[in-house]
Design a protein around this ligand. Sequence first.
Ligand code: PRX
Length: 658
Amino acid sequence: MSDVETATHEHRVFPPSEAVVKAAAVSGVAAYEALCKEAETDYEGYWGRLAREHVSWKQPFTQTLDESGAPFFKWFADGKLNVSYNCLDRNLEAGLGDKVAIIFEADDGKVTKVTYKQLLALVSKFANGLKSIGIKKGDRVLIYLPMSVEGVAAMQACARIGATHSVVFGGFSAKSVQERIQDAGAVAVITADEQCRGGKNIPLKPIIDEAFAMGGCESIKNVVVYQRTGGNIPMTAGRDLWLHELIKDQSETCEPEWVDAEHPLFLLYTSGSTGKPKGVQHSSGGYLLHAILTMKWTFDIKPDDVFWCTADIGWVTGHTYITYGPLACGATEIVFEGVPTYPDAGRFWKMIESHKVSIFYTAPTAIRSLIKAADVNPAAHPKNYSLTSLRLLGSVGEPINPAAWQWYYDNIGGGRCPIVDTFWQTETGGHMITPLPGVTTLVPGSCTLPFPGIQAAIVDETGNDVPWGQGGILVVKKPWPSMIRTIWGDPERFKKSYYPQDFQGKYYLAGDGAIRDKDNGYFTITGRIDDVLNVSGHRMGTMEIESALVANPLVAEAAVVGRPDELTGEAICAFVVLKGERPTGDAAKKMIKELQDWVGKEIGPIAKPKDIRFGENLPKTRSGKIMRRLLRALAKGEEITQDVSTLENPAILEQLKG
Ligand code: PRX
């Protein structure tokens, strides 16, 4: 039985304890229902009230929602604010200047604490430095940095001067960086000499140089380099600048640039079902509001909490729940440079113990791999650590299978901490469907119910609601403040991808299938309904990997599908036709390695297919269409019991078996 099936048949329930209900910001089912009701009766009034209560505005807005250009919705459009002001200055004004904002733990275990006052000074110097090299409001800045205080500060500095950042995860290749520089028309890059992961120093700046060597990066005037390791890397005179030199003499004050609520705070590239990754554009006001609200309601953040989101700032989770949400709430948070398995697989648990983490937010893949690691190395088992500081756990990025959920609940949460299984996407800016700790009776494997005000629903192909208990397509019926505003430079693709005509352009299409429990209406996500894979919580387009494979001169044709994987959720499986002869034995092994490395170079190591199989052809219909359902069955190792009568070349199936 698949995890999804087990989740929908899951009967164990975990109601919140009285103490948790009592202490929570949203306390009890009635409070949740009252919020939902308020949103239903006066949608704009609800969001307007929250935006006034939780965000600090330089100039208040007079209109909450402008639907005149639907589906290009505007929220709080005539309001002015600055996101960095909301994350830093206002905490100082509230007397939190000496509170620790960031506890940074380096790969080698070294800990640095930064107070709000110090962070504001650093961000201001950084912002002034960026201004001094001509970066101004509306410019795009590509950030390619490791997990660091400087990474958070770089994003905040952009926000402070109204520059739009586009963070690229440090695991992406030079080619991916080059494509993103070009698409965004970025004027500067902020990177580091090297990054430290698992005891190794890995070059970063040289990847930027490689991207430049590919050409087409002329829009970039400067590359600002944070010296992380002191590794010996080449600097191009006139273009490359050391961060420490750039900011050395800058003032510690920098007046924030007051921007319109709709001003693009950031672009974040993510995979879709077709073509190249798309630059998801987020706003300032609406995005910030949801980052704050979800911190307060889903994570129930309190002044004494130590919050730890283990994501990288290269993903949306790191944007919302490291760079913006926790700081906008004046919280203390952990920023971790390293990997969960170095120096051993007890690293997370050791850090929770030593920093007294109270809220811990991670991905199911990490949990599954640490369960396995604890089996192999009993010393890395969480029982060896004191995790009593924890009071709330979170999960994100992919479905959490009930077995992993239960392990997380028992072994990390000590049977005491609610788990918030938060469903959301790069495009949604923050949580969409999630338990609230003081409200929701948890069911392992279900993300339960929509965040108050989010009009999530499950419909059929024509947009009609399906009854509870029946699977369908997940949509959001009304716009919400933190939603994607457009795809950078491609508004048509935005409309087609997210507001398709199947639903008369009225509903936001999430791209996931879902089902509601027939008794309590709880949502369970059943997986993507497009050609997007989810590998270790990372989103990959099958077409993107196929394009990378066929760019290899030896490859004639390639088709990529996902198959379930115990550890990573899904694994990438590629079926490849070479221009030359079909290799077998050692020649095949060598070619597999070569193609895996090729994809690693083209996109990044996370896109390397785990499984590559060679055929003289791919299974196709007589009209030449690749039969992907057969490939999916082959990838899973299933016997082909499906109808193959439309298949032109049935003999090929034998070759493509694993
Ligand atoms: O398929 C869903 C899955 O991850 C996709 C979004 O990926 P991305 O934009 O990279 O953002 C990940 C972090 C927010 C979704 O379309 N997904 C995300 N969270 C969950 C999930 N699937 C099941 N349960 C979740 N909690």
